[in-house]
Design a protein around this ligand. Structure first.
Ligand code: SF4
Length: 449
């Protein structure tokens, strides 16, 4: 259970020194309880109180990190039931399975293929992050061999899956600090796996037959000092899995049930006859609280839509995605190259810059800060007005790069051309096409005036 403001207040120094930025310790306690303050803002909390207070300021679903490097996954950390209330923080990880009875050639081929699934969207690199290595016969040497191969030949993080603590120990022994998830402690193996997770400082998955049965396992792991846990309710039917995900999220957020305040792991690969159906199940789980989805394989047509869905669900709905305002050079422009201007909404930038790039016409693209709004919205909201855009053109330095004074504005913002020309009397404002798709033709025919 999280602490109330008054309970937190009792643990603070009560000197009202104001160094935390609020007038009293009580005000700071209230802010801490509601997640609006950071405990580090008070320099005078004792170590003992700090430990208890860290609990209070932890998100209801604890964050858990798995893997390393560019493919490291940070799941959990959630504070709201619905994205529109604030935002979701920990995008779920996607894993595909390798089994220990697969030939090395098959494993090599799969790893090579999975490595090709990298997609750049709105300036972000989207890719799957995890490989689930599944022990099928209790052979610890083979398990360690496959885990080592994955670590040596790829940068995927690992989920180490076995019923045997000895086999898991062999997998962990070759992980070399690369932070695998140990899957999974059950009522029979929890003692041994708590020790292993503590020793290796790795996150631990807990598996039971129901949500209720998970609670004693997580109590035991937490009281042994583990904080990074992942929950598997054992459900392998869509209806039960869906219910369990919601039950866990609601219990953690609405009832402050700390025993269930951890992200989940799910197995569409054990619930469907083919990868397409697995993808549909995983898609439901992206929207409804899945922490990790283990699939039987990655194929481009399956993983790409899942990565895009995840990107959409896990972006902050209150903050538009933006690019930095400034001058972007595309296709090595020179003094005679056309100059285009648009807004700093990421999607607008990437669509427009993509079309310019594909036209192969060397061009300058000037990005104006329109608070992350698209052209039409920004214009309607007065964030892409002629005098404002003209003012930015004057000060951004584009005039020093070009031998002409022509600027191309988006067709949808044609109405600002008059005000722009007033602001930029030396410039000729040209109205470009409305749709970015028509830019290549326009640029190929463009001539300065
Ligand atoms: Fe109280 Fe600490 Fe804030 Fe000072 S810095 S007012 S002691 S909470």
């Amino acid at each position: 259970m999280g602490l109330t403001g008054i309970q937190i207040f009792k643990l603070l120094p009560k000197t009202n020194c104001k160094e935390c930025g609020v007038p009293t310790c009580l005000a700071f306690a209230m802010n801490l309880a509601s997640g609006k303050a950071d405990l580090d803002a008070c320099p005078y909390v004792s170590d003992e109180a700090r430990e208890q207070l860290a609990e209070a300021s932890a998100p209801p679903i604890r964050p858990v990190k798995i893997g390393y490097g560019a493919r490291k996954v940070g799941i959990g950390g959630e504070t709201v039931l619905f994205r529109h209330e604030k935002t979701f923080y920990g995008p779920p990880g996607f894993a595909a399975v390798l089994t220990t009875d697969m030939d090395d050639d098959v494993i090599d081929t799969k790893l090579r293929k999975w490595h090709t699934f990298n997609y750049e969207r709105v300036g972000l690199m989207l890719r799957p992050e995890l490989v689930a290595i599944k022990d099928v016969d209790g052979n610890a040497d083979r398990f360690a061999q496959v885990a080592k191969k994955v670590y040596d030949d790829s940068d995927f993080g690992c989920i180490l899956m076995s019923d045997s603590p000895d086999v898991l120990k062999a997998g962990v022994s070759v992980s070399d600090g690369k932070n695998p998830l140990i899957y999974a402690a059950t009522a029979d193996t929890i003692d041994a796996l708590i020790e292993l997770a503590k020793e290796a400082k790795c996150p631990l998955a807990l598996k039971a037959e129901s949500v209720e049965d998970l609670m004693p396992l997580s109590q035991k792991a937490v009281s042994a000092g583990l904080k990074e846990l992942v929950l598997d309710t054992g459900a392998r039917s869509i209806k039960q899995l869906f219910e369990d995900q919601i039950c866990i999220r609601r219990a953690a957020l609405l009832k402050q049930n700390r025993d269930l305040g951890f992200p989940t792991i799910t197995f569409p690969c054990e619930m469907a006859p083919d990868l397409d159906t697995e993808t549909l199940i995983a898609s439901m789980l992206v929207a409804k609280y899945g922490g990790m989805m283990v699939l039987s394989d990655f194929e481009g047509e399956n993983i790409f839509p899942l990565l895009l869905e995840r990107l959409n669900v896990y972006t902050d709905p209150q903050r538009p995605m933006t690019v930095t305002p400034g001058i972007y050079e595309i296709n090595n422009p020179g003094p005679d190259s056309p100059v285009l201007v648009t807004t700093n909404f990421s999607l607008t930038y990437f669509i427009v810059s993509g079309e310019i790039e594909s036209s192969r016409v060397p061009s300058y693209l000037v990005i104006v800060d329109a608070e992350g709004l698209s052209v039409m919205t920004a214009w309607a909201a007065g964030k892409f007005a002629g005098d404002y855009v003209g003012g930015y053109i004057k000060k951004c330095g584009i005039a020093d790069k070009t031998s002409h004074k022509n600027i191309i504005i988006p067709g949808y913002a044609a109405a600002i051309s008059g005000d722009m020309e007033e602001e930029l009397p030396d410039w000729k404002v040209m109205v470009g096409p409305r749709e970015a798709a028509h830019l290549p033709k326009y640029l190929k025919e463009w001539k300065s005036e």
